[in-house]
Write a protein that binds this ligand. Structure first.
Ligand code: FES
Ligand SMILES: [Fe+2]
Length: 377
């Protein structure tokens, strides 16, 4: 029989204390072993603050937004009392999804299966044809609540009732983003890409400090001053930033990428905020399975009036090309990670500090998850 490497052995094969000059990436099995994906689901995605929607979707009483997180259906809803709440979007009767639209407005949350009704505060209000059922407490059968908070333009939830407050989790990112006025921008459009790679391959590609940009994104590269590129890491975020230069070669890129600096924020584990002057897009990287992820791009502009539609659309089209270039290389890397020729790779001191931060934070969470599971046994 072929001996299978244990999860503990896989985790131990990464040294998270090595300085960057001696560090390697997390080893290939971390990207291809379904047991690691499952462990991430139970730890990373079930215990960190995760973006599930936009603050503008739930600004008014009755407004709701739904999402799936760690395979759990979630709904966030603003109550008539103005309070934002979130729940597992699972009916207490026979487990159907209660709110089926992506977002909208309602006065009651109505389960489509057998018609149970829940208030906007999650309390069970009514069950048709349930007279005579014994030992059933309506008060104890409300939707199960989840921690929820908003920050800037985003709604975040945490499935761990013991989790630290959102502001502590975000740490220095809060202060860093404050002067940018992100919440003043307006949502314009969403695009989603399904990619045949582990979610971490996409994050790694994002965090390589622009190492790949001159090689993979020739047009974007002409609008950025690659040599002046800076990388800051603190707490759980990495800010990659570059001065903007006017490109003669590519009018569409320089026309839609304005301002002094381009700022690319990544917040552990899977959320990115990219901004230029009057522009922001966010990327949310969600694992589908060990070989696939979905990346959701939300585009925001300072002006979303009809007269700016063409400009905004052109700006998104510039991003499209970059996305396509990234998609291709990420899928190629996923294939390479399965090769017998590859184990782990070294990191550029100049460019890849963000990747190391990601791998260290991930290692900490996964090792803690295994230790917890062992203690519970
Ligand atoms: S599952 Fe919701 S009413 Fe039956
Ligand atoms: Fe890229």
């Amino acid at each position: 029989m072929i001996r299978q490497t244990s999860v503990e052995e896989i985790l131990e094969s990464y040294n998270d204390t090595a300085p960057l000059s001696e560090a390697s990436t997390i080893p290939a099995p971390w990207y291809v072993d379904p047991r690691i994906a499952e462990l991430e689901n139970l730890t990373v995605f079930s215990k960190t603050w995760q973006v599930i929607g936009r603050a503008d979707q739930v600004a008014k009483p009755g407004q709701f937004a739904t999402a799936t997180l760690a395979r759990e259906p979630i709904v966030a809803v603003r109550g008539t009392d103005g309070e934002l709440r979130a729940f597992y979007n699972v009916c207490r009767h026979h487990a159907a999804k209660v709110v089926t639209e992506a977002c909208g407005s309602a006065s009651i949350l109505h389960c489509p299966y057998h018609g149970w009704n829940y208030g906007l505060d999650g309390s069970l209000k009514g069950m048709p044809e349930f007279e005579g059922v014994k030992n059933f407490e309506r008060q104890e059968n409300g939707l199960v609540p989840i921690r929820v908070e908003t920050w800037e333009a985003f709604v975040l939830v945490n499935l761990d009732p013991e989790a630290e407050p959102l502001e502590d989790f975000l740490g220095g990112l809060v202060r860093r983003c404050e002067p940018l006025g992100l919440a003043k921008l307006h949502f314009f459009e969403r695009k989603a890409y399904d990619i045949a790679c582990d979610w971490k391959v996409f994050v790694d590609n994002y965090l390589d400090g622009s190492y790949h940009v001159p090689h993979m994104h020739k047009a974007l590269s002409s609008a950025l001053d690659y040599k002046q590129y800076t990388i800051e890491i603190e707490d759980r975020y990495c800010l990659q930033s570059s001065p903007m230069v006017t490109s003669e070669e590519d009018a569409a890129t320089s026309n839609t990428r304005k301002g002094d600096r381009a700022c690319y924020f990544w917040q552990y584990p899977n959320f990115m905020i990219n901004c230029y002057e009057g522009y922001m897009d966010t990327n949310l990287v969600l694992p589908l399975d060990v070989d696939h992820c979905r990346v959701i791009f939300d585009f925001y502009f300072s002006d979303v009036s009809e007269s700016r539609r063409d400009y905004n659309t052109q700006s998104i089209a510039v991003g499209d090309r970059v996305q396509d270039e990234d998609l291709g290389i990420c899928e190629d890397v996923q294939r390479g990670l399965k090769s017998r020729a590859y184990g782990a790779g070294r990191l550029s001191l100049r460019r890849e500090a963000g990747e190391q931060l990601f791998h260290r934070l991930l290692a900490t969470d996964l090792k803690a998850g295994v230790a917890e599971a062992v203690a519970a046994d």
